[in-house]
Design a protein around this ligand. Structure first.
Ligand code: FES
Ligand SMILES: [Fe+2]
Length: 414
């Protein structure tokens, strides 16, 4: 349970808010490269952290995100002409370069120096690892692109998708660090619960995992330990990487990394990377999610159609009556109020990771307002971690992490 004040602090990320300052300390995923395919291509509207921006790639290939509203009289720069290293507003011709400087003002007398006084808000962008990243924070900080496990893999070894969750980011993040729900929400009756791992970790018969947490320089690791019989445990170790990233443990590759970025306080961008370091992704995993409505980044299965729940399927085949795991998650997080009221919830023992995440983010948000940037924002190498999914006799999280450190938690330097 949170106080109303802390719930607001957690959920609100617009300009001037503490959590907004926290998010603005990081390079954040903003677009897919295909959205800005080449120099001087069409600009793209994008809303992030409650700010309406327009992204463009200039003649020299540089990427910037500019305020959508032209500083002159507020026309949308989305309609602008992307030409000769700048974006020109089509209303009266003012032109801005990637730094936001006004470089031409053709409707003013040539002797006027008015243009030197005008600056549009502009944020730098960079393409790296199959993502266009944005940095929306103060110029004096120099954060690093997070060196996520998949960042430098060749193209065929990863598939990056994005879509919009129509609710606040925090409830999406809470679902991703909630190991307990997989025994219920994602249960399938087709697969007999013999293997302690279950199918992709979805079937473990022990529905009340014991959770332990270890804070790290990237955020924290939480271990969910289930009894596996024969004096062994089925362990799932999930890294929570600041600001909101998780990679879900599963017994085999490919694995999926989730990155949740507030679009505004009521909507969230999901960026997901499914990847396999050892071999190319299978053809059926390439491409966008089949349930996306073309051109919208929104799901065709949504609260309006109750995610097409099938009550017969729910009786016979799976716990929810909703076919796909990701949609099952959406049905839970997106039918809560857009901003969950955490003053009336009742947290139990399996909610430990959620409590830890909230405390950590609120603490870092308060520090961000004092100008203290998170260590993980400034040191991209701390994000180089993998989850762990293993059956092991070790009962203690710290010892287990030590035992499997080389293989899973700390990758060899590249
Ligand atoms: S509104 Fe953009 S130049 Fe006038
Ligand atoms: Fe889930």
């Amino acid at each position: 349970m949170l106080t109303q004040q802390d719930n607001d602090l957690l959920a609100q990320t617009g300009p001037g808010t503490p959590m907004g300052a926290f998010f603005r300390s990081f390079w954040l995923p903003a677009l897919l490269p295909a959205e800005l395919p080449e120099p001087d291509c069409a600009p793209v509207r994008v809303r992030l952290l409650g700010e309406d921006l327009v992204a463009f790639r200039d003649t020299s290939g540089r990427i910037a995100f500019m305020q959508n509203a032209c500083p002159h009289r507020g026309a949308s720069l989305f309609f602008g002409r992307n030409e000769e290293d700048g974006l020109r507003c089509v209303y009266h011709g003012w032109k801005f370069d990637v730094s936001g400087a006004c470089v031409d003002m053709p409707n003013e007398p040539t002797e006027s120096n008015f243009k030197h006084k005008i600056k549009a808000a502009a944020y730098p962008g960079v393409e790296r690892g199959g993502v266009i990243w944005i940095y929306m924070g103060p110029a004096e900080l120099s954060p690093e692109i997070p060196q996520l496990d998949w960042l430098d893999l060749p193209d065929g070894h990863k598939v990056i998708n994005k879509w919009i969750q129509p609710s606040n980011y925090a409830q999406g993040v809470e679902g991703n660090i909630d190991s307990a729900h997989i025994s219920f929400l994602h249960r399938s009756f087709e697969l007999a619960p013999r293997n302690p791992r279950g199918a992709r970790g979805t079937l473990s018969p022990d529905g009340s995992p014991r959770l332990t947490i270890k804070e790290t320089d990237f955020g924290f690791v939480y271990g969910a330990r289930r009894n596996a019989g024969n004096d062994e445990y089925y362990w799932r170790l999930t890294p929570f990487m600041l600001p909101t990233y998780t990679t879900i443990p599963s017994p085999a590759w490919p694995r999926t990394c989730f990155m949740l970025i507030p679009l505004d306080d009521h909507n969230t961008w999901w960026f997901t990377t499914s990847y396999n370091p050892d071999r190319p992704m299978p053809a059926e995993r390439l491409g966008q999610r089949p349930w996306l409505i073309a051109g919208t980044w929104q799901s065709s299965l949504n609260p309006e159609n109750d995610f097409k729940i099938d009550r017969e399927l729910q009786k016979a085949l799976n716990f929810t009556g909703i076919p796909e795991i990701r949609i099952q998650d959406m049905a839970m997080t997106d039918t809560m109020p857009r901003i969950l009221n955490r003053t009336v919830e009742h947290l139990g023992t399996t909610d430990l990771a959620i409590i830890t995440m909230r405390r950590m983010l609120i603490r870092l948000a308060k520090q961000a307002t004092e100008g203290i940037a998170p260590y993980a924002a400034l040191n991209g190498e701390v994000h180089r971690v993998r989850p762990l999914d293993v059956v092991d006799a070790e009962a203690e999280l710290g010892m287990l992490m030590e035992k499997h450190r080389e293989k899973f938690l700390e990758l060899a330097p590249r």
